[in-house]
Design a protein around this ligand. Structure first.
Ligand code: PAF
Length: 282
């Protein structure tokens, strides 16, 4: 496995690499990331993983400075998962001059997480577009836990004609249901015990809709109220069309429920895709 920091070295290494599968990350790798690397390994001759904590996607009051950086442990895990190339650029490798050109995602980027993290998805799209131009992969793989990110990146690839197939890896969970995330490490022991409740609350929403309720706004606000009473600071609970990420039409069956909520200062996100039986069939 080669660890490469500079863009010229990366270009030389990938020149005759064959079919490339790419997994962009911000490091602090957990089993969810490793599952994506394994998907990549099955699909291409050359597996490239990037580790870069992208300043463009953090707001002024977010955790950029404290974001967990565990490079040696990450390299060890990637070696075991048989990655071929790990690209670990510095800020000045990727942004040698202040970035003045950005990739502006669609209006969906201002909803859900984007409504609470202004500019976040613009920063994600901009860095992922740069990384795509540098790595020129055939396939790129992202986790479903970041459902809105995946949706927006698919739109970017389609609208900017990147010749890249985007694949999604399922969310990997701890045994108590908590979605794996680098931010779980911020949780205090009592918060860690409470954290799986977000997933359980989303499961409850799924069950409620599958039992035939269609008053989505009411279900969302009841779930927000439930979590708030238990000490969560809820950014949103939202039932959306899985195809458009817009509020679903009553007859729509392919749905996703998404949630983002904080325990103390740790912000957790999760989602469940599900199928609601059409209202008339119930
Ligand atoms: O999902 C992430 O880790 C990041 O948003 C990504 C896609 C690597 C871009 O910085």
């Amino acid at each position: 496995m080669d660890q490469i920091t500079t863009i010229p070295e990366l270009r030389v290494r990938l020149r005759s690499a064959g079919r490339i599968a790419f997994v962009p990350t911000m490091g602090n790798l957990h089993d969810g990331h490793i599952a994506l690397v394994k998907m990549a390994r099955e699909r291409a001759e050359c597996v490239v993983v990037s580790i870069f904590v992208n300043p463009l996607q953090f707001g002024p009051n977010e955790d950029l400075a404290n974001y967990p950086r565990t490079l040696q442990a990450d390299l060890q895990r990637l070696q075991e998962a048989r990655a071929d190339v790990v690209f670990t650029p510095t800020d000045s490798d990727l942004y040698p001059t202040p970035q003045v050109v950005h990739v502006e995602p669609s209006a969906i980027a201002n909803t859900l997480c984007g409504a609470h993290r202004p500019g976040h998805f613009r920063g994600v799209c901009t860095v992922v577009a740069k990384l795509f131009n540098l790595v020129q992969p055939d396939i790129a793989i992202f986790g479903c836990k970041d459902y809105q990110q995946l949706f927006i990146l698919r739109e970017m690839v389609r609208d900017l004609s990147f010749p890249i197939e985007i694949l999604a890896g399922s969310t990997v969970r701890e045994t108590d249901g908590l979605a794996m995330s680098s931010r779980n490490g911020y949780l205090k022991p009592s918060q860690r015990l409470e954290a799986p409740r977000l997933y359980r609350a989303l499961q409850q929403v799924v069950q409620t809709v599958q039992q035939g309720r269609r008053d989505f706004a009411e279900i969302e606000s009841q779930t927000v109220q439930y979590l708030t009473q238990l000490g969560w600071i809820v950014d949103y609970i939202a039932i959306r069309s899985a195809d458009t990420l817009l509020p679903p039409r009553p007859e729509e069956a392919s749905l996703v429920v998404l949630g983002a909520a904080r325990l103390g200062s740790t912000r957790l996100i999760d989602n469940i895709e599900f199928c609601a039986a059409p209202a008339q069939a119930l």
